[in-house]
Ligand binder design. Structure first.
Ligand SMILES: [Zn+2]
Length: 222
């Protein structure tokens, strides 16, 4: 069950097109997995569209184009473009992970998997912009050393479960952290856990020997 969703304000910004591109990607991927937010987003989008009644004709037509676009994003395409709705998969070690539709288009821009310390796998994704995006797979018992963030860390659970010392996360959960948070992700899922993560600044490792990793935190960033 999905317990962590974007805030109402973030959904509104997304519908208004004012959310930054990286966050938009991760919110839209969450909505692919979350019926609750799909419904909410439809409602918010309708409000945006209805506001077009009180703006100028030019803006109105822009908004209706935007409304159509949002509708297209939210609806399963049933026209000639159905191909776009076919699920994309990410492969690792013979396993086959279906991706949310919004992330499917980045499969071809995903580098090959690298095995890191701590039973972690990492595959960087080129989503453009000045951020680092990657798929991270934690094997059963795999963990990322305790760290905080100099910037934002946005994570979407694609498949499996993990804990971070504060919460338990399952498939579809959206985790939005900033420099206020310190956490230690670990997966006790027998099948491990695949997440998609975006950070806009290097991680900062905070505990014990992991502090030694700080000079190498670019490995987790760039
Ligand atoms: Zn949701």
């Amino acid at each position: 069950m999905i317990n962590f969703h974007p805030s109402e304000m973030q959904l509104q910004s997304f519908a208004n097109g004012t959310l930054n591109p990286s966050l938009s990607l991760i919110v839209s991927s969450h909505c692919d997995l979350c019926r609750h937010c799909q419904q909410k987003l439809k409602e918010v989008t309708q409000v945006v569209a209805s506001q077009s009644l009180i703006v100028s004709e030019k803006e109105e037509s822009d908004l209706s184009v935007f409304g159509d676009m949002m509708q297209n994003i939210m609806d399963e395409p049933e026209d000639m473009n159905t191909r776009a709705s076919e699920p994309s998969f990410l492969d690792l070690d013979g396993r086959h992970f279906p991706l949310p539709r919004s992330l499917g288009r980045f499969v071809n821009r995903t580098a090959s998997w690298k095995k890191l310390v701590g039973k972690l796998w990492q595959a960087q994704v080129d989503i453009g912009g000045d951020v680092r995006a990657e798929f991270i797979y934690m094997e059963h018992g795999g963990s990322v050393p305790e760290h905080t963030h100099r910037g934002n860390e946005w994570t979407l659970v694609i498949n499996g479960e993990f804990e971070d010392g504060h919460h338990h996360f399952e498939t579809g959960d959206l985790i939005l952290l900033d420099s206020q948070h310190t956490h230690t992700p670990v997966s006790n899922d027998p099948d491990g856990c695949l997440v998609f993560s975006i950070v806009d600044k290097p991680l900062h490792f905070t505990s014990g020997l992991a502090r030694l990793l700080n000079p190498f935190s670019h490995l987790f960033f760039k």
